[in-house]
Design a protein around this ligand. Structure first.
Ligand SMILES: [Zn+2]
Length: 200
């Protein structure tokens, strides 16, 4: 199994909420690849998506807020895929993230810059702002036309979500598709061998 990170699943570039859910993925061999496993990694993840300024440094409290939102989003995404009613606790958590956006960037004035808007918030507020953007994206995704194409990768143990680009797409990546095809070919071979043994 290669350690090269999986390419973004279809839809994850357009939907940051999908990217967040996919930031932890189960890999063959009982492994979990988690892009948010430390405050530093969570910071890098947010910076890479332009969700917090480059000089931000998340505290572990903020990291766990973000992974908490990821968990709630996963629950709600899974409900959508299964056609089930979403867990109300998870839905409430997403709505809290949605509405907790800091009210405004303040208006400042300096002789050199004139009027300008700044966010003079502590880190937690920066993270809350980022989480509001992610929750907003999830709300858009789940209530929009992409919702019906949201699916979960069919190549267990991979548990990434994707937006199906065509009706028959079941995998988040060619790597997952290849793994399933290889497993099927192996199973067919075993079956034939069994039949051969039975015929003797
Ligand atoms: Zn996959």
């Amino acid at each position: 199994m290669s350690n090269i990170p999986l390419p973004a699943a279809p839809g994850a570039k357009e939907h940051v909420s999908l990217a967040l859910v996919n930031s932890a993925v189960h890999l063959p061999g009982d492994k979990l690849a988690d892009d948010l496993r430390s405050p530093e990694q969570a910071t890098a993840w947010l910076i890479a998506r332009g969700l917090v300024p480059e000089d931000t440094a998340l505290l572990s409290y903020c990291q766990s807020q973000l992974t908490g939102l990821r968990r709630e989003l996963r629950t709600v995404f899974q409900a959508q895929v299964d056609g089930e009613r979403p867990d109300s606790v998870a839905l409430d958590a997403i709505n809290r993230a949605l509405t907790r956006a800091p009210s405004a960037r303040l208006l400042r004035h300096t002789p050199s810059q004139g009027f300008h808007r700044v966010m003079e918030d502590p880190v937690t507020q920066l993270v809350e702002h980022a989480m509001a953007i992610i929750a907003e994206d999830a709300a858009d995704l789940l209530s929009g036309e992409d919702a019906g194409r949201l699916t979960r990768c069919g190549a267990a143990p991979c548990d990434r979500f994707l937006i199906r680009t065509h009706a028959r797409r079941h995998w988040c990546s060619t790597r997952c598709g290849d793994r399933v095809r290889a497993a099927r070919a192996y199973a067919r071979k075993q079956e034939k061998r069994q039949e051969g043994v039975a015929a003797e």
